[in-house]
Write a protein that binds this ligand. Sequence first.
Ligand code: SF4
Ligand code: FES
Length: 245
Amino acid sequence: MSKNESKGRELLFSILKYNPRDPESKPAFVEYRLTETPGMTLFIALNKIRDSLDADLSFDFVCRAGICGSCGMVINGKPLLACRTLTADYADGKIQIMPMPAFELIKDLSVNTGKWMEAMSKRVESWIHSNEVHDITKLEEPIDPDVADETFELDRCIECGLCVTSCGTALMRPNFVGPAGLNRVARFQMDPHDKRTDADFYELVGDDDGIFGCMSLLACEDHCPKHLPLQEKIAYMRRKLVAQR
Ligand code: SF4
Ligand code: FES
């Protein structure tokens, strides 16, 4: 143990473990005690637990910098990115971690957000719709810089799924397109390259599994690590699409 570690307080982790592919496995919280180090994140803590206490513990990380969206978990009841969460934020040193609901559980804290995001992308036809033939020898049509900025802003979604886990409708209604899906629709709706009309978007998400399913509980926006204006865009689209009813 290093000098720094010897000075750290003891943290108590309670982690939900379950392997849905193992018929013998039953969901259960397992406790681990770990000495806190300066600047410790949940990423560091979970790796230490796996290295020194439980080699079987499963969880996902890629970038460790809040960019890849792989490490969403429910930490003391809140959906957070584990790589951006400090153990120092938990004054009593007690940290409970569960996998994000709404996504297929792979094992322990590892969930399949990719499968959900792929289905959502297909469902909202997440690509530019246009019949224009592009001539690559010509310059692209310029677009208003403010519109470009707004489009890029919504494109900052890292598909972490925290908004979906935070969403009461998504948890109750598995077919709900979710805040991430509605954000994607808003992104294409404002992009002048996409020629879909409001009537087309109404066909796509003009029901209770789409824009009218949102209960405006605001938790999606509260938990989005990229601070995307999810509720503002949902409210805007709802006002536009209600006119198509
Ligand atoms: S909208 Fe925000 S919370 Fe939802 S998936 Fe994208 S980055 Fe994550
Ligand atoms: S590991 Fe990439 S966002 Fe946390």
